[in-house]
Design a protein around this ligand. Structure first.
Ligand code: GTP
Ligand code: MG
Length: 201
């Protein structure tokens, strides 16, 4: 599958204000600054499509990008960014959980993890909450260019292994770099697969 067309559609502060056309959605979530917006731009080969920043907390709304006139990539705000007021944090949290739990069009959530970091409590708790809530998701390790390929694979495998105490069956995972376009083909193939399964239903 190739992305021939990508276009920004709208930014919504609430799930009720998201597009109403019932197309399948693939959303990107993870800690602030993990590389969600950069990954969307890399997949679409469209620099500046989603706004990125080296300062955490760039994405603050639910952003829809229409792909090939057929389905959406959705850029979400990051979680776990402490340097803002409690009320703003709470508001963001409600926006994110509202979208994830209520959005019927959401067919897969990509949970992004910085490949350099040890498993963090906040990511683990988030993933366990997804499991309890029955939300389909895959793990995407980001910034693989910051490590050598062997170390990157080792870190990812070790990170996944740590889920085995709670998870009987591990979710799929991908190793990516927005910088080097690593993992692009695999992620697009995965999305294509889900799209085709949906069409066959
Ligand atoms: P928020 O919207 O603030 O939650 O952040 P985000 O997860 O959307 O991250 P964003 O894509 O804005 O990227 C954050 C920073 O990480 C930017 O400085 C990016 O250039 C950098 N970055 C993102 N992906 C990669 C990558 O694959 N490799 C490297 N080296 N840097 C990356
Ligand atoms: Mg962002």
């Amino acid at each position: 599958m190739e992305i021939k067309k990508s276009a920004f559609v709208l930014s919504a502060p609430l799930v009720s204000m998201c597009p109403k056309d019932n197309k399948a959605e693939y959303a990107f979530i993870g800690r602030s600054n993990v590389g969600k917006s950069s990954l969307i731009n890399m997949l679409c080969q469209h620099k500046g499509l989603a706004k990125t920043s080296s300062t955490p907390g760039k994405t603050l709304l639910i952003n829809h990008f229409l792909i090939n006139d057929a389905w959406y990539l959705v850029d979400l705000p990051g979680y776990g960014f402490a340097r803002r007021s409690k009320s703003v944090q709470k508001q963001l949290q409600q926006m994110i959980s509202g979208y994830i739990l209520q959005r019927k069009q959401l067919v897969n959530l990509f949970v992004l993890i910085d490949i350099r970091h040890e498993q963090q409590k906040i990511d683990r708790e988030f993933i366990n909450w997804l499991g309890e809530s029955g939300v389909p998701f895959a793990i995407v390790f980001t910034k693989a260019d910051k490590l050598g390929p062997v170390k990157a694979r080792q870190n990812a495998e070790q990170w996944m292994k740590q889920l085995e105490d709670v998870w009987e069956e591990l979710p799929p995972y991908f190793i990516t770099s927005a910088e080097k376009k690593t993992g692009r083909e695999d992620l697009l193939a995965y999305i294509d697969d889900v799209n085709q399964r949906l069409e066959a239903e």
